[in-house]
Design a protein around this ligand. Sequence first.
Ligand SMILES: Nc1ncnc2c1ncn2[C@@H]1O[C@H](COP(=O)(O)OP(=O)(O)OP(=O)(O)O)[C@@H](O)[C@H]1O
Ligand SMILES: [Mg+2]
Length: 618
Amino acid sequence: MYLRLIKSLKPYRGKFLLAITCMLFYSIFSLLSLGTIIPLLERVLGENETAAHQEIEPLPSHTDQPDCDVLDTADRSLIIQARQAVDEKMVLFLERYDGWHLLAVIAIALVGFAFLGGLCAFGRDYFMFYTAEGVAMNMRSILHRSLQSLSLDYFTSHRTGMLISRSTNDVKLVESSISIALANLLQQSLQVVVFLIAIFIFIPWQLALLSIVTAPFIALPIVKIGRKIRYISARSQEKMADIYSFIGETIFGAPIIRAFLMENYEINKFQNENKEFFNVIMKLAKRQTGLSPMIRLVATLGGVIIILYGGWLVLEGALSSALFIFFLLLFASLTGPFAKLSNVNAMIQQGLAAAGRIFKIIDTYPTVKNAPDAIPLPRIKNKICFSKVSFSYNDTEVVLKDIDIEVKAGETVALVGPTGSGKTTLVNLIPRFYDPTSGSIEIDGYNIKKVTMESLREQIGIVTQETILFNDTIYNNITYGRKDVSSRQVERAARIANAHQFIAKMSEGYQTSVGDRGIRLSGGERQRIAIARAILKDSPILILDEATSALDTESEKLVQDALRKLMANRTTFIVAHRLSTLRDADCVIVLDGGRIVATDRHEESQKRRANSKEWQCL
Ligand SMILES: Nc1ncnc2c1ncn2[C@@H]1O[C@H](COP(=O)(O)OP(=O)(O)OP(=O)(O)O)[C@@H](O)[C@H]1O
Ligand SMILES: [Mg+2]
């Protein structure tokens, strides 16, 4: 997963490298501005001392060396050269300027370093944000794309709030784990490296070594608590998903909540959820914030040892006091990064957990997909056959059992039966919203599992039981899925669907926005727009899931009339809740408990049935 997250940085590697370069320079400028303390102490403040020290100062470091050389000549020689070069420069520098002059130069240098450092900080933050936001943008896109490709069963088995939380909150976590956490991690590590190099160059090696021995002690609790944090973070995200789901329901369910006077009940329920989320988050905060002081304590303990040893070296004359103070400054600035690393680790753990959840959705394989050797389905000519089709949503409850249906092209089949008998489920198998658990559906002898989904769905027009409109104009809702149509064709479809009149009466006509899910239209108006959409699609197979909601007689007549015109010359499956619909059907199939209990092809017996008990349940 680490690797995969790093891979997602790839498109932004240029910006990322720029950010790292800025970080490196930032560390160098911080070092340099700390370094200005040396001449300041050597000369300006310690005027009396300097004369003596200037002579001695280079010496102790050299007298130090023989025993180091014994240890490792090759490695040390480079460091010695570097130190000598800096020492010589320093001596020259100190000789060239007198007191006030030197002070001014130091002041200017300080401002200069601060300015350059600031510039680098700006570059670093800007490029890191660019990278992080870029990764987040890509992730959202990929996530959205995979949501589009997932089969419908995924959406019925996963909560909406969870999916929204993944695409918003989790992406945000990944983003900040890069823009803040990764940025900090790299910056602090670079700073540590640069400072350690400086320490090794200027400070006797025993002291330098001592200062890095403390590091593992600091790192230990970070790793340990990090794991715990990742676990709690996952739980907090679960809770966040609950909250998203809840808010969604509050909005969609508003009319029912008001009507049933359940506002207080909902408020209390939400408060509980909210409180639980709060508790989990506080647990997380405790772990995160507790870590930092702990590390500071360990670092201070390490610091005490170092001060004792360094102080002894100064007393012994093995180290100049200016260098010792410089070293203390460096060491103090090193504990900062370590303490920060703990927070950074927590954030990175959270980001990784979030990325894991996102990748899980991205990696979900659609259950309904094109067969590898799928061929395009030719336009229907003969018939649609269901043979021995059974279906179950969850492998335990059988929703459809041994369904055999044969429908000739151009015929209309009406499906009737009590609520929950499986009518909607049955018609949903035709466009392959779900695949049958067993048995097969064939169109002109082609098993629909063996043809491409595009060529199959292209031939099917659907008006669903619950009308689905998008928050867009009426025009765009009617032309949904078709780009190559003229406004005349749209108007014609709307006229056939008996929708033109009410659309024309609206202030903005076809450009009127329908609101979320078409909320600004009446139920009958929404249905007629959905019918117009199916008319415009002009597909040879039609699936009409008649809405159970009662319309007034006038709208019902208009909708019925629209449907009748739509069904002409098409192979139609209509889920009928109204007797009037049945009259137009060539065949009536009665479902009960997922089985076909009667099939009727004769008009006379249809009428007889229409009056019999079986229909009363409709
Ligand atoms: N996504 C789903 N997951 C699990 N079970 C489901 C799902 N959708 C429907 N069911 C179950 O399948 C059965 C058939 O549902 P279906 O929607 O096909 O009935 P229907 O005949 O269309 O009913 P209605 O006349 O009320 O529209 C029901 O018992 C229902 O509980
Ligand atoms: Mg239904």
